[in-house]
Design a protein around this ligand. Sequence first.
Ligand code: G6P
Length: 612
Amino acid sequence: MCGIVGYIGTQKAAPILLDGLKKLEYRGYDSAGVAVQTSDGVIDIRKEMGRLRILAEKLDGGQVLEGRCGIGHTRWATHGKPDSLNAHPHTNAEQSIVAVHNGIIENYSELKKNLAARGYEFYSETDTEVAIKLVDYYYRGHKDPIKALSEFALRVRGSFALAVLFRDYPDEIYAVRKDSPMIVGIAGGESYLASDVPAILSYTRSVYYVDNLQLCRLGKGTVEFFNLDGERVEKSPVEITWDMKAAEKGGYEHFMLKEMHEQPAVIRDTVNSALQDDNSVDLSETGISEEELKKVRRIIAVGCGSAYHVGVAAQYVIEELAHVPVRVELASEYRYRTPLFQEGDLVIVISQSGETADSLAALRLAKNHGAKTFAVVNVVGSAIAREADFVFYTKAGPEISVATTKAYSAQLAAVYLIALKLAAVRGTVSAERNAELASALRSLPQKVQMLLDEKEEIKRFAFEAMNKKDVFFIGRGIDYAVSIEGSLKLKEISYVHSEAYAAGELKHGTISLIEDGTLVVGLLTQSGVIEKTVSNMEETRTRGAVLAAFTAENNRKLPAGSDWTFRIPETDELFAASLAVVPLQLFAYYLSVLRGNDVDNPRHLAKSVTVE
Ligand code: G6P
């Protein structure tokens, strides 16, 4: 979603701002802008609709702007359509207070009315312009930026990361945040501000995470933090250990292709982070003790998008292995329900970014009701990681492509390990079965690699399916969990209409959509229900569907007259999602490439959904 970059130092600001915004492009956006301030206070705002390169070309890579202090933004429209007027930065009437904003100001229409009554006029449809005019209103009284931003933070509802330039303070950048991330980096005489680490990683690895309802003031190579009472707060930087190469394409045509190929390594790293040589699972790094795990009576797995799909798979695996009931919840729904918590609840929040607004709200809801919270998160230091009682860090490294692949696979590996650990403390699996499962986990990377090596076959399938208008994915049990992920991948990047159904539900309505030539993809890895799904596939075939079966290597029960059959290496059936998803990711990828889409930045989507 929206990205923020700020810079103040000895060099021209605009090239650095554009470079930082480029690193945040993957988050998804529809317009971009920068504001640069010269030391006499004059603030120059430039913004353009569309891709960042349009702005960069107009500014000759940023060279045309002289100032050494500035802020930049990529906007993903929420209030007001995507155009250059609604693009950030926004300003007060005198262009003496200029800001960029991530998040949503929920009470903006009420604030707008109040400000209009006091004579303020508005040129855009954005909540951000209202935010700036509110800061302007407070600032006029005392000309103190920290005080004005504190008053602003107390008055608004919603989420915000706001970076502000004040004409009266030309060598400073101010920022305040609530529920929307913001980091600061200092390197020599230069200071950087960003909504996300990749923006500034090439300048410094040492970053400060601005806390909720904290403010900061950046000078050249300096930063000070404040609470809302204007008192100084001491903070220590955190060292980022990511390899910068992880955020580059490394010879692959797209980040998504590269990230799919990284799956063997990220599964191996995630498994090895907890699975011991004696086949036991050690979760002590997450902070949870065996005593706490023994007390777990129910698990509520919460997430959005693919993270939610991991929860669906987790449900089958945890219930089967550890005999603990699992509920799976969409964070955006769960957060508004009347929660019925009980003793022994463990809420597992799954999130790659650790910043998804609804997942964060679900976590807070659970915490407020006294439930224990366990995060499965990829981004170190993210809000969900910081606020959860326990954190399992997946080892996916930075994921750039909007459509998740390797982070999803790492999340699956994490929930398998949690299931194994719960089973061990509850004594629900024998040592022999545990050893089998551990060995199956260790062999997943090599089997994922085998599937990646077969990619040409999937490419041909994508070519033949290129003009399909509707694709249905069906499966039962864990195959259903894979179906919903495969279908989402296809929709996200190829823009082909697709639905996923629990195979047994098809007859309750959806089958009426099957026409001559509709593609039905059946997942057949769960031996206990394969025959059932095969029958459901055949029912669609008699109504004109063409069939593709993704089946376990040794399964011989296939639908009559399947048009395509793909074999998936044998593994323990509980872990089959990790393998079956790979050809579906490849299918979505090649279809997207063939249709000429922007694979890594699909239309309307954002990598990190920081608004609800
Ligand atoms: C967005 C992304 C999805 C992701 C979902 C949840 O919609 O495009 O790929 O699954 O958010 O994100 P999270 O960071 O919480 O895993």
